[in-house]
Design a protein. Sequence first.
Length: 297
Amino acid sequence: MTAPSPLSPPRCVWPVAAELGEGALWSTREQALYFVDILGHALHRYAPGSDRRDSWRFDEEISALAEREDAPGLLVTLRRDFAFFDPGDGRLQRLHRPEPDRDGNRFNDGKCDVRGRFWAGTTDFACVAPTGGLYRFDPDGGCSRHLDGVLIANGPTWSPDQRTMYFNETGLGRTWTFAFDPERGTLGERRPWLQQGADDGAPDGMTTDAAGRIWIARWGGACVSCHADDGDELARIALPTSHITSCTFGGPDLRTLYVTSARAGLDAAQLQREPLAGALFAVELDATGVPAARFGG
């Protein structure tokens, strides 16, 4: 695989100062980027064409989202629930709570597969206990657990042929691969794919480009790294703040990498040195993303 190159330096497009920016999702329908501030209880939307910025506030954490295929609005994960949310009218409809017995957990990252099933992971709220799981929420409302005992779930993303799922276990600094059956939506053999070093930052949110390269946001690493499908690092995009949390391709041609970040976990001295902590960034690349899959319900 060839190494990608930036066509411009990273730029701050919204100094939103998110406590925990996450969940970057490009809407091809709206030509806008959605992302969340988990700890700030907020959903944000940035439309680069008009430079418009919109925000919605919630009474609890909101962590991941997907557009709906056959209805307006979004499927989102709240603190403990899957829910529909329509930014147009503000209506929120709770759907399912997969962990009624795990009061110390909350939802974290998630994405849809190409069959319109939403995969979402949970984490111990304190990020110290391996009590997280990975759940598949189906268009018919069914929900099933596919992983358990996870220490901070992030991702997933998939290979272009949909036969491999990549999944970050952030608390272990590790990216796993799973054999994936796209028809049945099931996981097969698990293999360790990438282990981050102590100075690399922990793997957080990630995305796949059209060439099959994997892009990983690095919590504590002040960068997004790009990897070949065998795990070899091809490039790094340095950012001006430590905690980089998620990334996705957007723009009219899907050649802009949007990157979220966080203020959480930084002390007062670090925040003074990193005034753009929690901002939304964008960088133009000679790489092309793929459209985000939509939830089938």
